[in-house]
Ligand binder design. Structure first.
Ligand SMILES: Cc1ncc(COP(=O)(O)O)c(C=O)c1O
Length: 375
């Protein structure tokens, strides 16, 4: 792969500088009640190692124009957005928060390289490559071709960015083969005297998902700051490899604000089980009480024909948000999640006057590969 190494080195140097700068202003948190019971805002994450890849917090903003767009006006729901698409590292998105904990754990374990996996247009792979550049670790990427024929070695979007970031070690496998391939790679690297660290797909384990407990705590502070005038009623996010949804469920616990995950791949039962299982591992790791099934809400009506395949609703959701608010979604995750939110509004799921937060988890680089325009 031809790469301009000067560019990669320059990028790493800039990122490293901002890591050092922002450590000093990391949010302080961690309170435990006298009886030892935690709600999400009281979980102490400061005892876990964390690298800092974002300077400050992401904005919580109202979206008045899309809230009153065409037929939506009749429902009177106020849509807000939490701009995690503006997190640090290359073009932001939810993986940045997860990688803060995953990369810190890799460094603590003494790793000299990272092995991870994702789909062919994986945002997680892009951000893991970026984090590895910052930390000066080699990065091994396993790409799973979930839709037959969807991998193109000249692809744009995230795949172009992998090359720009200097990816040298990319393996493409069939659907369901990523986990085993990562293990094989790990053994090969160990045999070569390396110290690999596996970050699972999406950094969705009890380490990476702490990033979304932290995100929920940040969001709660923002909601509390507005609580004199605004009462928030729900958070809606994309639910894929489950880490974001699981972290949000645990972090929002006790706030009275439910989290609704819009599935981007699996049916409700399978996705609910994945989120619940991970939420419980996370609860255990954070010293919190187990999560009950009723805390995990999944909507599966917006997957359409399958993972990463656009639907009329997701394409319209992407276009509407771009044209009313100038905000880009992505075709694989947030387009479907925002379509889910608009669908819930039209079904009358939220009462008039309700304030609902859409968690924007990023992903817009994939637009350049999928180009979902209807016209
Ligand atoms: C842009 C974007 N949004 C949402 C998700 C889903 O998050 P999670 O995998 O934590 O469920 C992903 C996962 O890859 C993503 O890339």
């Amino acid at each position: 792969m031809q790469v301009d190494t000067r560019m990669v080195v320059a990028l790493a140097a800039v990122a490293e500088e901002s890591v050092d700068e922002v450590v000093a202003c990391a949010v302080s948190e961690g309170r435990k009640t006298a009886d030892g019971v935690y709600d999400g805002s009281e979980l102490d994450l400061t005892r876990f190692p964390r690298r800092v890849y974002t300077n400050g917090v992401t904005a919580l903003e109202p979206l008045p124009r899309v809230s009153r767009w065409n037929d939506l006006a009749a429902y009177g729901v106020n849509i807000w957005i939490k701009r995690d698409d503006q997190l640090g590292l290359v073009m932001g998105g939810n993986k940045t928060r997860k990688l803060e904990f995953a990369m810190a754990d890799a460094l603590k374990a003494g790793a000299d390289c990272v092995v991870t996996a994702g789909a062919v247009q994986s945002n997680h792979a892009r951000l893991t490559l970026a984090a590895c550049n910052v930390e000066q670790l080699d990065c091994y990427i396993v790409l799973e071709e979930r839709v037959p024929g969807s991998f193109h070695s000249d692809a744009s979007g995230n795949y172009y960015l992998y090359r720009l970031l200097g990816a040298k070690n990319i393996v493409v496998v069939g659907t369901g083969e990523a986990a085993a391939t990562m293990q094989t790679l790990k053994h090969e690297l160990v045999a070569q005297g390396r110290s690999p660290y596996i970050i699972p797909g999406g950094a969705s384990d009890e380490i990476g998902a702490k990033g979304y407990v932290r995100a929920a705590q940040e969001l709660r502070e923002q909601m509390n700051a507005l609580s004199d005038t605004i009462q928030f009623d729900a958070v809606v996010c994309a639910s894929g490899s489950a880490g974001t949804h699981a972290g949000m469920v645990l972090g929002m616990r006790g706030s009275g604000v439910p989290v609704i995950g819009v599935s981007t791949r699996f049916d409700e039962a399978k996705q609910q089980n994945a989120v619940l299982t991970l939420s419980n591992k996370l609860a255990h790791a954070c010293g919190a009480q187990p999560v009950s099934p009723s805390e995990v809400q999944v909507v599966d009506k917006y997957v359409g024909p399958g993972y990463s395949l656009p639907t009329r609703e997701s394409t319209q959701a992407i276009e509407v948000l771009a044209r009313t608010q100038g905000i880009l979604l992505d075709p694989v995750y947030t387009g479907k999640a925002f379509a889910g939110l608009l669908g819930l509004i039209r079904e009358g799921h939220f009462r008039p006057g309700t304030n609902v937060v859409f968690l924007h988890t990023g992903g817009s680089p994939a637009l350049f590969e999928y180009q979902p325009l209807t016209e």
